[in-house]
Design a protein around this ligand. Sequence first.
Ligand code: 6CS
Length: 319
Amino acid sequence: ETWRMVTEEVDGQVQFEYAQEFADRINEKTDGRITIEPYEFGGLGNETDQVEQLETGAVEMAVMSPGFTGNMVKEGQLFALHFLFPDDVAKTQEVLNNSEALNTDLREKYEEHGISPLSFWTEGAMQWTSNTPIEEPADFEGLKMRTQTSPLILESYKAYGADPQSMSWGELYTALDRGTVEGQENPIFFIGDASFHEVQDYMTISNHNNYVAMTTVNSDWYEGLDEETQSTIDETVQEMQEWVFEEQKSQNEEWLQTIKEDEENATEIIELTEEQREAFRSEAMGVRDFYRNEVSTVDGAILDKLEQEISDISGEDTG
Ligand code: 6CS
């Protein structure tokens, strides 16, 4: 038996490494009965095509970012909200592992569309890269910012005065190089591995959000598996949470060093102070009201619960 697992990244990057490790573990646990074929980004289309492939059952499994499902699952856009998760990435992962708001309530919202998220995991804190320095919200004024497709991500940048547009990451290097867009957000490993720093002058360490990915399965397919196979999947998904945390951590650390030392493509690194981050945070808070009033189909109930869970774990007030 062979299952297909699509990812949004290429060989060496976190999602694809995840899929390979996941495949190895399942193959071993089932004594070779089940083989998983991981697909690199681009092999079966772009990120949005992949959402459709999982929805229709053309593929069984996917590593998927909520940033590409916002037009389908409105509630899933809460991941677009800046300064929501704890600053500490390990604490963010703890929230993602234990949150009932995400693992039960939000999961049900995805299941209405035939997609079951089995886990949520971070690929690291996101940073901004740009051609002009970004130190305060005013620096975003009119800046052509590339984002993923979820409308609330665009809304988050409009709140700073930017001019956001969505596109696949497959087009992003060229768009930055030609100036079609002037800035973007991503975790450091991805900025480095996709060489965005080659065509950008600044990287602002903003930690304004965490990049979250989901391990997802086609719901009907998963429901149709025997119980033993389901528990093998569930158990492996759980084991992988710690594995992928370590993987993103080392990739992000290594790439930060590499970008710093890359003299040929010098990138100025701007570290925001807490005071500077506070200025962005206060501009970003209005987007939460927008989410509650205009986006959520349950009056922000999932976000309310998540905010409570975050403050229980971090001891920080999220609002
Ligand atoms: O910026 C993006 O859209 C891409 N970034 C990451 C970290 N993974 C895949 C995604 O498509």
